[in-house]
Design a protein around this ligand. Sequence first.
Ligand SMILES: [Zn+2]
Length: 123
Amino acid sequence: MRDKKDTGELERCGGSMSHRGGRYRCEVRQTRGKSICEGVVTLADRIDHAVGQAWIHHITALEPGDPVVIEIARRWLAFADPETQAKKEEAQKALEAAQRRVKKLEDQGDSVAQFVAGHAVSW
Ligand SMILES: [Zn+2]
């Protein structure tokens, strides 16, 4: 905490905080000393709860079609139902392999068709 404006009110240094012993502590105070930042210490549970609440408040305020909501839903489904996700990925790989085989057959078919057409002229 710093009193930059000399008003007697302390400002947060804005530095990151480290987690130790169930508490978050100002990392600036830890590494650079009290003269840079008076420091702040708070219970980790209190901050974790506040951040969780802020996140829930933010998410519930989003529109249903918001890209963030869609991405969360996509990841949640993959997380909550990994078996279905794994089956989808397996099916996708099988489909791509089948498409490659079809393409290969088509390419070979073109060669055969060209071969036949080339010989048909001489028949
Ligand atoms: Zn600080």
